[in-house]
Design a protein. Sequence first.
Length: 246
Amino acid sequence: MTRKPPGRVSKAPRHGVARVISKLGLGSRTQAAEWVREARVRVNGQVVRDAEFPVRQGVDRIDIDGREFAAVKRIVLMLNKPRGLVTTVKDERGRATVYDCFVDADLPWLAPVGRLDKASEGLLLFSNDPEWAARITDPISGPPKTYHVQIDRLPEAALLTGLQQGAIVEGEHLAVRAARNLRTGDKNSWLEIMLDEGRNRQIRRLLEAFDVSVLRLVRVAIGSLSLGELAKGKWRMLTQKEMDSL
Protein backbone atom coordinates (compact mmCIF):
# COMPACT_ATOMS: atom_id res chain seq x y z
CA MET A 1 0.00 0.00 0.00
CA THR A 2 1.43 3.34 -1.04
CA ARG A 3 1.08 6.11 1.45
CA LYS A 4 0.32 9.61 0.29
CA PRO A 5 2.93 12.15 1.19
CA PRO A 6 1.82 14.35 4.06
CA GLY A 7 0.35 17.71 3.12
CA ARG A 8 2.38 20.83 3.57
CA VAL A 9 2.12 22.21 7.07
CA SER A 10 2.81 25.88 7.67
CA LYS A 11 5.86 26.47 9.84
CA ALA A 12 4.71 29.99 10.69
CA PRO A 13 4.60 30.43 14.48
CA ARG A 14 1.28 31.17 16.13
CA HIS A 15 0.75 34.22 18.31
CA GLY A 16 -2.28 35.81 19.94
CA VAL A 17 -4.32 37.88 17.50
CA ALA A 18 -3.92 41.08 19.56
CA ARG A 19 -0.14 40.67 19.50
CA VAL A 20 -0.15 40.08 15.73
CA ILE A 21 -2.27 43.19 15.13
CA SER A 22 0.25 45.19 17.18
CA LYS A 23 3.20 43.68 15.27
CA LEU A 24 1.52 44.70 12.00
CA GLY A 25 1.67 48.29 13.24
CA LEU A 26 -2.11 48.75 13.31
CA GLY A 27 -2.49 49.65 16.98
CA SER A 28 -1.24 48.93 20.44
CA ARG A 29 -1.75 45.49 21.96
CA THR A 30 -4.23 46.96 24.45
CA GLN A 31 -6.13 48.68 21.66
CA ALA A 32 -6.21 45.47 19.60
CA ALA A 33 -7.54 43.49 22.56
CA GLU A 34 -10.34 46.03 22.90
CA TRP A 35 -11.23 45.62 19.21
CA VAL A 36 -11.40 41.86 19.75
CA ARG A 37 -13.73 42.26 22.73
CA GLU A 38 -15.94 44.51 20.61
CA ALA A 39 -16.19 41.73 17.96
CA ARG A 40 -14.58 43.96 15.33
CA VAL A 41 -11.87 41.44 14.41
CA ARG A 42 -12.21 38.43 12.11
CA VAL A 43 -9.62 35.75 11.42
CA ASN A 44 -10.15 33.93 8.12
CA GLY A 45 -13.70 35.30 8.05
CA GLN A 46 -14.58 34.19 11.58
CA VAL A 47 -15.25 36.67 14.38
CA VAL A 48 -12.89 36.09 17.31
CA ARG A 49 -13.50 37.27 20.86
CA ASP A 50 -10.30 36.11 22.52
CA ALA A 51 -7.26 38.39 22.30
CA GLU A 52 -5.05 35.27 22.62
CA PHE A 53 -6.72 33.48 19.71
CA PRO A 54 -3.75 31.84 17.85
CA VAL A 55 -2.91 33.40 14.50
CA ARG A 56 -0.12 32.72 11.97
CA GLN A 57 1.17 36.08 10.79
CA GLY A 58 1.46 36.17 7.02
CA VAL A 59 -0.73 33.06 6.68
CA ASP A 60 -4.07 33.80 8.33
CA ARG A 61 -6.23 36.65 7.06
CA ILE A 62 -7.07 39.34 9.60
CA ASP A 63 -9.96 41.75 9.05
CA ILE A 64 -10.79 44.71 11.27
CA ASP A 65 -14.22 46.26 10.71
CA GLY A 66 -14.45 44.26 7.47
CA ARG A 67 -11.19 45.60 6.08
CA GLU A 68 -8.23 43.28 5.51
CA PHE A 69 -4.85 44.48 6.67
CA ALA A 70 -1.26 43.57 5.92
CA ALA A 71 1.82 44.95 7.60
CA VAL A 72 2.15 48.71 7.22
CA LYS A 73 5.37 50.55 6.44
CA ARG A 74 7.52 51.28 9.47
CA ILE A 75 7.27 54.90 10.56
CA VAL A 76 9.53 56.57 13.11
CA LEU A 77 9.32 60.20 14.11
CA MET A 78 11.07 62.36 16.67
CA LEU A 79 9.39 64.93 18.89
CA ASN A 80 10.95 67.69 20.96
CA LYS A 81 8.79 67.04 24.01
CA PRO A 82 7.88 70.15 25.99
CA ARG A 83 7.94 70.13 29.76
CA GLY A 84 4.56 69.45 31.38
CA LEU A 85 3.26 66.76 29.01
CA VAL A 86 2.81 63.14 30.11
CA THR A 87 3.97 60.32 27.85
CA THR A 88 0.73 58.41 27.40
CA VAL A 89 -2.17 58.20 24.95
CA LYS A 90 -4.84 59.04 27.52
CA ASP A 91 -4.36 60.33 31.03
CA GLU A 92 -6.86 59.32 33.69
CA ARG A 93 -6.35 62.70 35.41
CA GLY A 94 -7.04 64.68 32.26
CA ARG A 95 -3.52 66.09 31.94
CA ALA A 96 -2.09 67.19 28.58
CA THR A 97 -0.19 64.42 26.79
CA VAL A 98 2.52 64.20 24.13
CA TYR A 99 -0.18 63.29 21.59
CA ASP A 100 -1.46 66.86 21.83
CA CYS A 101 1.58 67.75 19.69
CA PHE A 102 0.10 65.67 16.83
CA VAL A 103 -3.48 66.93 17.02
CA ASP A 104 -3.48 68.41 13.50
CA ALA A 105 -1.29 65.71 11.91
CA ASP A 106 -2.54 62.89 9.69
CA LEU A 107 -0.59 60.01 11.25
CA PRO A 108 -1.18 56.27 11.72
CA TRP A 109 -1.11 54.66 15.15
CA LEU A 110 2.22 55.42 16.82
CA ALA A 111 3.54 54.48 20.27
CA PRO A 112 6.28 56.19 22.28
CA VAL A 113 9.67 54.47 22.14
CA GLY A 114 10.57 54.73 25.80
CA ARG A 115 9.36 57.59 27.96
CA LEU A 116 10.15 60.99 29.41
CA ASP A 117 8.44 61.96 32.65
CA LYS A 118 6.18 65.00 32.89
CA ALA A 119 8.91 67.37 34.08
CA SER A 120 11.46 66.23 31.49
CA GLU A 121 11.97 67.60 27.99
CA GLY A 122 13.64 66.77 24.71
CA LEU A 123 14.04 63.94 22.25
CA LEU A 124 11.23 61.38 22.25
CA LEU A 125 10.77 58.79 19.49
CA PHE A 126 7.48 57.31 18.25
CA SER A 127 7.01 54.27 16.00
CA ASN A 128 4.35 51.88 14.70
CA ASP A 129 6.82 48.97 14.86
CA PRO A 130 6.86 47.42 18.38
CA GLU A 131 9.75 45.05 17.60
CA TRP A 132 11.97 47.90 16.36
CA ALA A 133 11.02 49.94 19.42
CA ALA A 134 11.96 47.05 21.72
CA ARG A 135 15.44 46.92 20.18
CA ILE A 136 15.92 50.65 20.73
CA THR A 137 14.90 50.49 24.40
CA ASP A 138 16.81 47.29 25.18
CA PRO A 139 19.32 48.13 27.95
CA ILE A 140 21.97 45.77 26.52
CA SER A 141 21.79 46.23 22.76
CA GLY A 142 19.99 49.57 22.46
CA PRO A 143 21.81 52.87 21.79
CA PRO A 144 22.85 55.08 24.73
CA LYS A 145 20.75 58.11 25.66
CA THR A 146 22.33 61.50 26.35
CA TYR A 147 20.84 64.13 28.67
CA HIS A 148 21.69 67.69 29.66
CA VAL A 149 20.78 68.16 33.31
CA GLN A 150 20.72 71.43 35.25
CA ILE A 151 21.40 70.89 38.96
CA ASP A 152 21.12 73.18 41.98
CA ARG A 153 24.84 73.32 42.82
CA LEU A 154 28.34 73.44 41.46
CA PRO A 155 29.55 69.92 40.70
CA GLU A 156 32.54 68.35 42.40
CA ALA A 157 34.68 65.63 40.89
CA ALA A 158 33.42 63.29 43.62
CA LEU A 159 29.84 63.74 42.41
CA LEU A 160 30.69 62.84 38.81
CA THR A 161 32.62 59.78 39.96
CA GLY A 162 29.83 58.79 42.32
CA LEU A 163 27.21 58.96 39.57
CA GLN A 164 29.22 56.52 37.47
CA GLN A 165 29.87 54.18 40.37
CA GLY A 166 26.19 54.36 41.28
CA ALA A 167 24.16 54.03 44.45
CA ILE A 168 21.50 51.77 45.91
CA VAL A 169 18.17 53.58 45.67
CA GLU A 170 15.08 51.83 47.08
CA GLY A 171 16.89 48.50 46.80
CA GLU A 172 17.90 49.12 43.18
CA HIS A 173 21.42 49.87 41.95
CA LEU A 174 21.35 52.96 39.77
CA ALA A 175 24.34 54.29 37.83
CA VAL A 176 25.13 56.28 34.69
CA ARG A 177 27.40 55.33 31.82
CA ALA A 178 29.19 58.70 31.79
CA ALA A 179 28.90 62.11 33.45
CA ARG A 180 30.77 65.36 32.84
CA ASN A 181 30.40 69.04 33.61
CA LEU A 182 29.09 71.10 30.68
CA ARG A 183 29.02 74.62 32.08
CA THR A 184 28.86 76.30 35.46
CA GLY A 185 27.04 79.39 36.71
CA ASP A 186 27.20 81.20 40.02
CA LYS A 187 24.93 78.81 41.92
CA ASN A 188 24.06 75.97 39.55
CA SER A 189 25.50 74.02 36.66
CA TRP A 190 24.69 71.80 33.68
CA LEU A 191 25.87 68.21 33.47
CA GLU A 192 25.96 65.90 30.46
CA ILE A 193 24.84 62.42 31.52
CA MET A 194 24.72 59.29 29.36
CA LEU A 195 22.60 56.24 30.18
CA ASP A 196 22.62 52.71 28.78
CA GLU A 197 19.08 52.20 30.04
CA GLY A 198 16.17 54.35 31.10
CA ARG A 199 14.68 53.16 34.36
CA ASN A 200 11.84 55.14 35.90
CA ARG A 201 13.14 58.63 36.84
CA GLN A 202 16.64 57.16 36.95
CA ILE A 203 18.66 60.38 36.77
CA ARG A 204 16.45 62.26 39.23
CA ARG A 205 16.44 59.43 41.74
CA LEU A 206 20.20 58.91 41.52
CA LEU A 207 20.97 62.61 41.97
CA GLU A 208 18.58 62.75 44.93
CA ALA A 209 20.67 59.99 46.53
CA PHE A 210 23.58 62.46 46.43
CA ASP A 211 21.35 65.24 47.84
CA VAL A 212 21.28 67.03 44.48
CA SER A 213 18.08 68.52 43.00
CA VAL A 214 17.32 68.62 39.27
CA LEU A 215 16.19 72.00 37.91
CA ARG A 216 15.84 70.91 34.26
CA LEU A 217 16.36 67.64 32.41
CA VAL A 218 16.57 67.54 28.61
CA ARG A 219 17.26 64.44 26.49
CA VAL A 220 19.42 65.68 23.62
CA ALA A 221 20.39 62.48 21.80
CA ILE A 222 19.65 58.79 21.33
CA GLY A 223 22.71 57.09 19.90
CA SER A 224 23.89 59.18 16.95
CA LEU A 225 20.47 60.85 16.56
CA SER A 226 20.59 64.39 17.95
CA LEU A 227 17.72 66.69 18.85
CA GLY A 228 19.44 69.38 16.80
CA GLU A 229 17.46 72.54 16.03
CA LEU A 230 14.01 70.93 16.28
CA ALA A 231 11.77 73.47 18.02
CA LYS A 232 9.93 72.71 21.25
CA GLY A 233 6.67 70.87 20.57
CA LYS A 234 7.60 70.16 16.94
CA TRP A 235 8.25 66.81 15.26
CA ARG A 236 9.67 65.36 12.08
CA MET A 237 9.98 61.97 10.40
CA LEU A 238 13.28 60.10 10.58
CA THR A 239 15.03 59.20 7.37
CA GLN A 240 15.82 55.56 6.60
CA LYS A 241 19.49 56.34 7.21
CA GLU A 242 18.69 57.69 10.68
CA MET A 243 16.56 54.65 11.51
CA ASP A 244 19.34 52.32 10.37
CA SER A 245 21.91 54.20 12.48
CA LEU A 246 19.88 53.46 15.61
